[in-house]
Each structure stands twice: as C-alpha cells, then as structure tokens.
Design a protein around this ligand. Structure first.
Ligand SMILES: [Cu+2]
Length: 215
C-alpha cells in the first residue's frame, strides 16, 4: 500500500488538484454523467482506463492490430484476446488477462505489456510498460534491473498452450494506470521470462504483437 503514495502517483495527484478546472472540460466526454460531480478529491478516484485488444494474426501490415513476425511460432490466423482493467475496491490494482488459440501445442510463450502500439517490426512496440520507470533504462539498453523489471512493476502474461494450441493467463498487478497505459502485448520467442539481475524481463526475439485500445 505504501508504494501507491510514493513517487509518480503522488505527483499526478498534486497536479490534478491544482489544475482541476482546466482538466474538467477534457474529462467530460470520458466521464459521462458523472462529470458534474467531479471535484479534486473525487477525480483521483475516477475509474482508470480499461484496455482491450483482439484479432487474428497477419503478416506485418500497418493497419493490422495483431501481427506475427515469426509464422513458425505464431501462425497466421492464430487468435489472441487481451484485456486490462481496474480492480479492487479503490481501483488500486489492475487485472490483465490473455487468451490465445492456434499457437504451437504444449509450449510456453513469454508475454508482456509494452509501451507503444505494434508496428512493422517487433521493436516498434517499445520497451516493457513499467509502473515505476527504471531511470537507468535507455532505448539501447532496456531495463534488466529486477527491482523494476519484475511482474509487480510490469505486466507479464506468460502463457502455456495445451495440446490444441490454446492457452490462457491472468495476472493482477498492484498499480493502476494514471496518465500512461500500455500500447500493446508482445509475444516473445522464449518460453518464459528471465528474472535474474542483468537478464530480468528478457525473453528473446519479439515474435508477435497485439495493439491495445481504450475500451
Ligand atoms: Cu516483452
């Protein structure tokens, strides 16, 4: 619980309290009928964004939401469904779920939320989404510090398929989305995500990607 009130979240709360009048008109479309009752105190408890994505994988194409970069491991027409949304009485947590079908049977796939939407190459999805962003990470050298690259500060959805190539996974993380949300779900070549110092979060080549949208 103490983590919620440190660092990033606190700075957002303060900024909102000072600028609530400027924020309110922009918030109105998303808040619907509750807009009239928004105050600085209640705004912080507004429901965080929910994200969803689904599709069947296609070869890289700028208009596709679900892209495979390795058809040997993620065949064209394999299917994926992912969702992320607030959980807990005060929306302080986020639940993420993943369902896949048509992948290789009886195989683990390492899967994470990444910061940006999918693109023509796997690298377009950016680094892993982190709640507290590793200050030492750079585009050339992504976070491998297990203090930041772990399944409580990132969203890991490593999945194992059954004999029919279907699988589901689910995780609950102890943070809510504030001003940032993930842009995609990336499937990696490795069968699970590394956790050791210097390797944490790594999972090999990016073999497929699903773009997430606000629900
Ligand atoms: Cu990843």
């Amino acid at each position: 619980m103490a983590q919620r009130h440190r660092g990033h979240r606190r700075s957002v709360t303060i900024a909102v309290a000072g600028t609530v009048l400027a924020v309110m008109p922009m918030a109105t479309p998303a808040q619907g009928s509750t807009a009239a009752t928004i105050t600085p105190a209640s705004y912080e408890r507004a429901v965080p964004a929910s994200l969803i994505g689904s599709g069947t994988f296609s070869l890289p194409d700028p208009t596709s939401k679900a892209i495979t970069y390795n058809t040997g491991l993620v065949p064209v027409d394999a299917a994926i469904l992912a969702s992320m949304g607030p959980s807990g009485a005060d929306y302080s947590r986020t639940v993420a779920t993943l369902t896949v079908a048509g992948l290789l049977p009886n195989r683990g796939y390492a899967v994470h939320a990444h910061t940006k939407p999918c693109g023509i190459t796997g690298e377009d999805a950016g680094p892993h989404y982190q709640n507290h962003v590793d200050p030492a990470a750079t585009p050339q050298k992504p976070s491998t510090d297990p203090f930041y690259a772990n399944p409580r500060n990132e969203i890991w959805l490593d999945v194992r398929t059954d004999a029919a190539g279907q699988g589901t996974s689910r995780t609950t993380v102890p943070f809510a989305f504030t001003d940032r949300t993930p842009g995609s779900i990336v499937i990696h070549e490795a069968m699970s995500t590394a956790t050791a110092r210097g390797q944490a979060g790594q999972a090999g080549a990016r073999i497929a990607c699903l773009t997430l949208s606000r629900e």
